[in-house]
Design a protein around this ligand. Sequence first.
Ligand code: UDX
Ligand code: ADP
Length: 453
Amino acid sequence: MVKICCIGAGYVGGPTMAVIAVKCPAIEVVVVDISKPRIDAWNSDKLPIYEPGLDEVVKACRGRNLFFSTDVEKHVAEADIIFVSVNTPTKTRGLGAGKAADLTYWESAARMIADVSKSDKIVVEKSTVPVKTAEAIEKILTHNSKGINYQILSNPEFLAEGTAIEDLFKPDRVLIGGRETPEGRKAVQALKEVYAHWVPEENIITTNLWSAELSKLAANAFLAQRISSVNAMSALCEATGANVSEVSYAIGKDSRIGPKFLNASVGFGGSCFQKDILNLVYICECNGLPEVANYWKQVIKINDYQKSRFVNRVVSSMFNTVSGKKVAILGFAFKKDTGDTRETPAIDVCKGLLGDKAHVSIYDPEVTEDQIQRDLAMNKFDWDHPMHLQPTSPSAIKQELDYQKIFDNMQKPAFVFDGRNVVDAEKLREIGFIVYSIGKPLDGWLKDMPAIA
Ligand code: UDX
Ligand code: ADP
């Protein structure tokens, strides 16, 4: 029986291992973590992360061939394949601060593997790491090897939060990078066989190690770039009277462009996009490519611009001040169907409004008050906070908002600012609201109150 151990029971490690276990009943999968509360939560009825479909998958195989444990060393020692899925936040200090990935957790995981291993291992990079990390890990392992053979593979994860289970069940592709030696190829084949239990062979791509590592950063940079491009267009739409949804639809019909990931928004968030682009920028700088670094930096600049543009729009519409005004924020996570608040644009928006002395009330069915307090108190690059447990209130309740009632209880003029283009703006205007939708033709009121960017 093949034994798999995954170090790190987070947003990536947890769901990925649960799906491997459910699809491969003959493989024993143990997910280990140094955090006891997190492992306890994985072993309880209340999983530590909210992800549609995850509960069912975990229930189907937990205790059968899926286990969660804090006994990191024992399970690493017993495993044939070790996935490393620990956090790789952006460095907050020292060389490369604010850009480079902090590999502290990775390095300590690698040293621990070297310490406890007594048999040959395949070590799989699952967390996003800078290009050439595999080489560093290989060095740590082989210099401490005691005669054990290690093969390092890069198998980046492309799942998106909120659709993790769906993405894992039906991935567009699985990418496996390895050394181009007979032993390297054998290791790639062994991992390929795991995924081949449910992923068609033509969707499993094998490459060299560096291509796999770079493809992950490149994929996220390209995705984020699409959002920044459409968000840049949204500003122009507001200035000209064009409608960004119509523009997106029209360009997305071109099969070379395609329809996905063209929704204008208040800005992208999440643990990957910004971090990975900063990482890419840093790698470019280190390789003497400042022009390339600047090109990708622009994607982040537009994202920051979009967030401050939104805040400016809110403030300018309300006579250039929100001081003492009550603002309700609906939704705080970085997107729907997740409780993850890492790099959520809501943090910048709330901080912007609070900076102007607004009275802000925040609600998100998946995010606790504690979490929101922590997010609004912390520094920019301090976001790799410990994962929070889910709120105790029944989060599944999706209430329909009664906008007429809300309007009746608000001071007039009453405003709605839609950072996701999800409300029915026409309906709200009929009720009497002044509505701002990103990239859409502006209400007369908003036209008269131009936002200062
Ligand atoms: C992303 C990648 O999609 C995934 O492949 C990678 O493995 C990890 O990073 P994730 O961060 O979970 O996944 O979420 P994603 O769905 O990509 O959304 C990221 C952000 O972009 C969210 O804030 C989302 O609201 C925003 N977004 C997305 C837009 O603003 N417009 C869009 O059209 C799509
Ligand atoms: P991601 O979104 O990439 O999955 P998370 O922060 O959700 O990242 O999860 C990473 C997990 O890795 C955390 O639960 C953390 O406790 C765990 N971790 C970090 N270092 C180690 C280590 N040396 N051994 C075991 N677990 C670790």
